[in-house]
Design a protein around this ligand. Sequence first.
Ligand code: NAP
Length: 334
Amino acid sequence: MKQRKIGDRLVGEIGLGCMGMSWAYGQGATTEDAHGVLNRALELGVNHWDTADLYGAGENEKLIGPVVRERRDEVFLATKFGNVYDKSLTNHQDQVEANVQWIVDGTPEYARRAIDLSLQRLGVDQIDLYYLHRVDPQVPIEETVGAMAEFVTAGKVKHLGISEVSAATIRRANAVHPIAAVQNEFSLWTRDSEEFELPVTKELGIALVPYSPLGRGFLTGEIKSLDDLAPDDWRRSNPRFQGDNLAKNLEIVEQVKTIASKHEATPAQVALAWVLAQGENIAPIPGTKRISRLEENVASAELELSSEELKTLSEILQPEGLRYPEFAMAYAKG
Ligand SMILES: NC(=O)c1ccc[n+]([C@@H]2O[C@H](COP(=O)([O-])OP(=O)(O)OC[C@H]3O[C@@H](n4cnc5c(N)ncnc54)[C@H](OP(=O)(O)O)[C@@H]3O)[C@@H](O)[C@H]2O)c1
């Protein structure tokens, strides 16, 4: 597979989001299945793996840890902190009473606890890319990144990243310590990083890692109604998957399918090929817990869309509904 650069490392242009193996999208994967996907990923050149301490409250890091340790030199390992699930760890006691799934803590004290817990769960000495998952509105980004820079000095972390951030935050963070990657939601139906954050990452030589590049699975055409989602699937709480919004958003998938059919490709492959075409600094991390879909997604790197098709896709209908439930939107583009 062709490669792209994050910091001083080359990674396969298609990465792997590990979240769904333990969290958010219905039943997770068994350990055996997850490890099968991870090992197949490396065979295919998919060496950029993305997790977070939030996913399954640490379970996702524990799940992938054994394969990471076994094949440490082959994997470019990214994890994140800041979205606090275990509220006993936070400094923000004022937020603990809030009845939400997770809160955000970007204090240096919390960061120092979080890095050691991630290293322990993963069972490694160093994380290749350590992200702040969300900006803490109560803590200047300079303070959080300042603490993260200590981890680089200590050898616990190789590169720093920030997630779900605005262009102004990228500049401020990068002034404290070089930022290797920005992870924002970016796909055919979430385009708001296109105008400001993508140009800033290109200007500063930072990789843009699009999360949910398949629109959380919606752009693949596999989700046609809420009945296609398990009762505990997080997407049921996402406004884009609800009621009239979902019905209207299906029109977007039809537009993607029209282009896919011309290439005998799948809508997932078109969605990923479009993301890859938005810049050489882009390294998406589609998530899957299945080998067949991993292989399908990898093949998207070979799909060449014409400039006319890319333009048609760029002008595609935009979705109805916010991309997160209200409480999480409060932290969007921090
Ligand atoms: N920084 C952040 O705040 C943030 C937020 C969300 C996600 N992320 C990261 O980004 C990664 C990817 O995002 P995501 O998982 O939310 O969304 P995504 O990659 O857009 O879509 C994943 C969903 O699509 C399905 N899928 C994958 N390939 C498919 C294919 N070829 N055909 C049909 N369905 C397919 C998966 O199901 P199966 O698993 O059943 O194949 C899963 O339900 C995550 O794993 C996580 O690491 C980061």
